[in-house]
Write a protein that binds this ligand. Structure first.
Ligand SMILES: [Zn+2]
Length: 254
């Protein structure tokens, strides 16, 4: 059995990385416990039949009731990040305020074509990508908390930072306490190899020009400060650092 839970501290915050998957295609969710219980991203829930979300079961195993989650931060609304919050089309964390950039909400409310038809993926995947987010935002309804600022402290020490490009309202989350920092970078990159060029763009990046600018800004800063990063789709738990290498960056797993 591969590792599915890893606990570590960032200053006074008790952090738990939780694997939302049992197989390939990692989805690394983060639980942050201080004065409040905060979940950062929520996995795919019931919306990925071939690789179903395990978050709810793993929280339960860890003794954390879904109803005890005080806040959810959604880095963006792609189905593999928001799907677990609207598991089986019901709010999975009904007591939690769900923070998300308001630009992300308005993007998805226009029912955009996030992915066009392509031989690279099948039609079921394409329709999940396009259809789950607006449905999930609808399900969350009144517990959705759109955030307008470029930098927004959700609770003391936990800050959403605008990181547009992958989606229009994409964000990263900084957890900071007692001189320690973790930056949850979600889909800023998928594989260590993506870091070997400063111009890399994924087929899933909505605005390639903007994503390159955002990625350079965040990764240069993280390399300069030796910041601990957590990446959503890297092999569990996705923790590591970047350092400058051959004109771009190199991933050092932690
Ligand atoms: Zn993703």
């Amino acid at each position: 059995m591969h590792e599915t839970i890893r606990r570590f501290d960032i200053g006074h915050f008790k952090c738990t990385a939780i694997a939302d998957t049992d197989q390939g295609g990692a989805r690394n969710v983060l639980l942050v416990e201080g004065e409040q219980r905060i979940l950062i991203d929520t996995g795919a829930g019931s919306h990925d039949p071939g690789n179903p979300g395990r978050l709810l079961a793993r929280l339960k195993d860890a003794g954390v009731a879904a109803a005890s989650i005080d806040a959810v931060i959604l880095t963006h609304a792609d189905f593999d990040h928001i799907g677990g919050a609207a598991d089986r089309n019901q709010a999975a964390f009904p007591q939690a305020r769900h923070s998300i950039m308001s630009s992300e909400v308005s993007f998805w409310r226009q029912q955009p074509v996030r992915l066009k038809r392509s031989p690279l993926y099948d039609e079921a995947f394409r329709s999940r990508v396009n259809d789950v987010p607006p449905m999930a935002l609808e399900v969350l309804g009144e517990i959705l908390h759109p955030v307008d600022d470029q930098l927004s402290e959700i609770v003391g020490g936990v800050t959403m930072i605008a990181a547009p490009g992958h989606t229009p309202g994409n964000s990263v989350v900084r957890i900071q306490s007692q001189g320690h920092v973790l930056l949850f970078v979600a889909d800023l990159f998928y594989q260590p190899e993506n870091l070997t060029t400063r111009d890399w763009v994924s087929q899933y990046d909505y605005d390639p020009m903007l994503v390159v600018e955002t990625r350079r800004r965040l990764l240069d800063e993280a390399a300069a400060n030796n910041t601990l990063l957590m990446a959503y789709h890297l092999p569990f738990p996705g923790l590591g650092r970047v350092r400058p290498s051959e004109g771009a960056w190199e991933w050092i797993a932690a």
